[in-house]
Design a protein around this ligand. Structure first.
Ligand SMILES: CC(=O)N[C@H](C=O)[C@@H](O)[C@H](O)[C@H](O)COP(=O)(O)O
Length: 222
């Protein structure tokens, strides 16, 4: 098992990302967030964009899962080999890419992006939406799959994490399966591991103070 994957086994990876319109959208804030979660015992960090990946890589010893969000709809997570190689070059140990079976903007198969990343000695996390995506991503050579895109390819986004998908993928795949997306409680994170997840990625519930505060505000307004 590659070192970066061994190191995140049965642990918490924290996604340190802030959207463009967030007051936290500056690399310095994402590095501080990454340091804070590392101090708490997180075993890895997931980060978006060249600047954040590069800065977090040099600030921390932890494995970095890097991605490049290009756009907001369709295939936007590290959609092409060019995006993937840029993130690998920025220092990501694992490059997270869209691993769905949707047509990619460059028309190339997922396997091409995976091969390009492997050629520079880095690993690929395929962000999938369903079981068939996961099976196809494993066949295409992905090193690990994550349930990142489950619930984001249809009309509406479901409320909780898709833990059924975690269990289904873990039962069928030989490669590690990471549980990611809408995990908002420690109990859900634990449950994901109990269902066979290799590790758990949590973002919003830890690193988005606006989302956290909104829940408190709504509760005290009632
Ligand atoms: C769908 C998509 O674009 N997901 C992104 C992937 O990197 C991030 O916006 C999420 O924050 C991340 O997956 C962690 O999930 P959550 O924030 O729900 O814990």
């Amino acid at each position: 098992m590659p070192d970066a994957l061994s190191r995140i086994r049965r642990g918490l990876v924290v996604s340190c990302q802030a959207p463009e319109d967030s007051p936290l959208r500056a690399t310095v804030h994402m590095v501080a967030m990454a340091r804070a979660v590392a101090a708490a015992g997180a075993v890895g960090v997931r980060a978006n964009g060249v600047a954040d990946v590069r800065a977090i890589r040099s600030a921390l010893e932890l494995p970095v899962i890097g991605l490049w969000k290009d756009g907001r709809a369709g295939v936007y997570i590290t959609p092409t080999p060019k995006h993937a190689l840029t993130i690998a070059e920025a220092g990501a140990d694992v490059v997270a890419v869209d691993g769905t079976r949707r047509p990619r903007p460059d028309g190339l198969p997922l396997a091409d992006t995976i091969e390009a990343v492997h050629d520079v000695g880095k690993l690929v996390m395929a962000d999938v939406a369903d079981l068939d995506d996961g099976l196809a991503a494993e066949d295409a050579g992905a090193d690990v799959v994550s349930t990142t895109l489950a619930g984001y390819t249809g009309e509406t986004v479901p409320a909780g994490p898709d833990l059924d998908l975690v269990a289904a993928l873990a039962a069928r795949l030989r490669i590690p399966v990471v549980s990611e997306g809408r995990i908002t409680t420690p109990a859900q994170a634990r449950q994901a591991l109990d269902l066979g997840a290799w590790s758990v990625v949590v973002g919003t519930a830890i690193t988005a103070p606006q989302w956290i505060a909104e829940r408190f505000v709504a509760a005290v307004r009632r």
